[in-house]
Design a protein around this ligand. Sequence first.
Ligand code: HEM
Length: 175
Amino acid sequence: MPHPFFVHFPIALVVTALILEIWGRVKGREDLRRAATYNLLIAAIFALPSVISGFFGAEELLERLRERAAEDAIARAEAAVKLHRSLGLATLVAVGLLAYWRFKAGWNAKAQLPALLALTVLVLGTGLAGGGIREAMRPRGNGGPPLMMEEDQRNFAPQEEGSRRFEQESSPGER
Ligand code: HEM
């Protein structure tokens, strides 16, 4: 299964856990806080295939890029993958520990809410960094194709100039 299939689960489940935790605290409802714990557990389960599929996806993506893309695009993609990989691994560890902690220590420990908040920021940051991988492969400036192959880079020009050139090239008879 591809990486994008798995990643939405840990992200959505951690955010839902935070919402349920806050709601449960405000209303004094244990059932909601218990539901938050199960959300976290399922998030931890899905974080594992997210990370495994991420490693395979990264290898494939970088291999394809190294064959066909310009060097600066490869360098930017590698840096973006590295950042995302570190955040992804940190997410896996953090969500696993927090789920374990909630089951073992119960959900009344005071530090649970700040820990859950920090985990939410981490998992959202991981997702943003993941989306940033494709972005890092775009040519500098606006627009341009997502994979910066050498021929794309040669043809690429800033937005306005690029669209002028496109218009000229697509109607050569008018010149
Ligand atoms: C819980 C951990 C992780 C989460 C929540 C996560 C989340 C994401 C998200 C939201 C995207 C953007 C998907 C899209 O644009 O459709 C993404 C892309 C990506 N992730 Fe992860 N990720 C995780 C772990 C990892 C790890 C450990 C790696 C290993 C290097 C990795 C490699 C990648 C790659 C290569 C992409 C780009 C895929 C593409 O655009 O084709 N991810 N990730």
